[in-house]
Design a protein around this ligand. Structure first.
Ligand code: ADP
Ligand code: ASP
Ligand code: MG
Length: 440
């Protein structure tokens, strides 16, 4: 059985959805198809949630109306016959009625998650109507019945496996299953999600849970490129990546993959393919245990980084100092991306501000603590890159005009990370494109 995941742009227009139906019926292998919300929907739902949270109900109402019109227009282009059109319309009515009811309830984070879940529920149900109209036999598997996260927002892979297998067993002999990406239940049984871009994570978790033959991530570009195509003009697709390389790129900002989406496939040894819905015959990127080659493959950038610097003369010869520092971050479940130390100071970076106040308060007794915001981590990724001769020379030769705040080299064999101010991100990516890949 294989997994095919289609992102927002791949289902964002009626003709795209029709193309998805074609792609999933091309070959006979049994499959689970994971769909994102139509492109733009989750952003719109975030806005609706924000308006409700601010108490701007009229604004939220107008946003809901606008989104509903978009869906009505969408189904007019998707289904032809009256019977199916009516069915699609009643699905839209049901979900928008829910949003309108929420308008009248007092706002809570749990309610917000309910709002965010509407996109994937709508896309899969509408796709199911389209498949029915076209006589394509399938089962709609509700993700909320098997996808779950624990108290620390980590997927419960054991339980996902058991529940999904039970569900599939109820439909023995059926060959096509459709389910929602992104959405799940949390430890309290409430509707929750796997964070933005989470449909990739859903696909990989399902692939791991059922030991799929392959996990295909279908999107709007022909695979992982050597640089961020949103920032740099000339980029090229990479044919082969190891799980380690792909995981580093995803974690350090390559938006094509959710930051955590590689580990389930890696752990359960399921190959991942990145493919282009708009260009299905393009090679794309194959991700397996085999990197295929040694050396630099790609660069990626992760924004919103905060640097924390702790200076203390007491650190001099003091063993146990770093442990105490790390314990503070551990206590607040905040992971550190980069670290550099000197005899009198330690700098670390984190990627979220949720617990920053508490963290700073607890660090203060250790010395002088300073924070720097608006930083970007630029990661240069490639198999055994740290052992590649002259890599540092090429890297720094390319970046003579960019101030570099921190460097991380040697921690991972596949990654060299640089910390730069976010104002220098675009320039850094462009210079590296020329200096490392000879692309302008
Ligand atoms: P989907 O909606 O299918 O999940 P995403 O927008 O999440 O698609 O991811 C695909 C986008 O990721 C591409 O359109 C591209 O702009 C962006 N992207 C950023 N970095 C890379 C990269 N290194 N390689 C390919 N795409 C990238
Ligand atoms: N719809 C969700 C988002 O926009 C999940 C996804 O597309 O992967 O973040
Ligand atoms: Mg995505």
């Amino acid at each position: 059985m294989k997994i095919m995941k289609f992102g927002g742009t791949s289902v964002g227009k009626p003709e795209r959805m029709r193309q998805v139906a074609e792609l999933i019926t091309k070959e006979a292998e049994e499959k689970i198809v994971v769909l994102s919300a139509l492109s733009g929907t989750t952003n719109a739902l975030v806005e609706i949630g924000n308006s409700i949270a601010r108490g701007e109900r009229e604004e939220a109402k107008a946003q809901i109306e606008k989104l509903e019109k978009h869906y009505q227009h969408f189904v007019s282009g998707l289904v032809k016959e009256n019977e199916f059109h009516n069915r699609a319309k009643s699905i839209i009515a049901e979900h928008f009625e829910f949003l309108n009811i929420i308008l009248k309830i007092s706002f809570s984070e749990a309610l917000n998650k309910d709002i965010l879940a509407q996109g994937e529920l709508l896309s899969t149900k509408l796709f199911s109507v389209y498949l029915e109209e076209n006589g394509i036999d399938h089962i709609l598997l509700p993700a909320l019945e098997f996808m779950s996260i624990d108290a620390h927002d980590e997927p419960q892979i054991g339980s996902i496996k058991v529940k999904l297998t039970q569900l599939l067993n109820l439909h023995k002999g059926r060959r096509l299953f459709i389910t929602q990406g992104y959405i799940c239940r949390n430890i309290r049984g409430e509707v929750d999600n796997l964070k933005r871009g989470g449909s990739d994570y859903t696909a990989s978790l399902i692939a791991a849970a059922i030991n799929a033959s392959v996990c295909e991530i279908w999107t709007d570009i022909d695979g992982m490129h050597n640089n961020d195509p949103r920032v740099v003009k000339k980029t090229m697709p990479i044919e082969q990546l190891s799980f380690e390389e792909a995981a580093e790129l995803a974690y350090f900002g390559a938006k094509i993959l959710h930051p955590a989406s590689i580990w389930p496939a890696q752990f359960y040894k399921v190959p991942v393919k990145l493919l282009n819905t708009m260009e299905p015959d393009a090679k794309g990127t194959l991700i397996t245990g085999d990197a295929g080659s040694v050396g630099v493959k790609a660069v990626a950038a992760k924004d919103g980084i905060i640097g924390i610097n702790i200076r203390s003369s007491r650190m001099l010869l003091a063993y146990g100092f770093l442990r105490k520092v790390f314990e503070v971050f551990e206590k607040y479940r905040t992971s550190i991306d980069m670290i550099t130390t000197s005899e009198v100071a330690v700098s670390v970076t984190i990627d979220n501000e949720i617990h920053i106040k508490s963290i700073l308060k607890e660090l203060e007794p250790f010395g002088i603590v300073e924070i720097e915001k608006k930083y970007t981590i630029i990661s240069v990724v490639g198999n055994e890159i740290a052992q590649t001769e002259d890599i540092l020379k090429r890297l720094f030769a390319a970046l003579t005009t960019v101030p570099i705040r921190m460097v991380s080299y040697g921690g991972s064999k596949h990654n060299i990370s640089l910390l730069v101010h976010s104002d220098h991100k675009i320039k850094t990516l462009q210079l590296l494109n020329k200096g490392l890949f000879d692309l302008d």
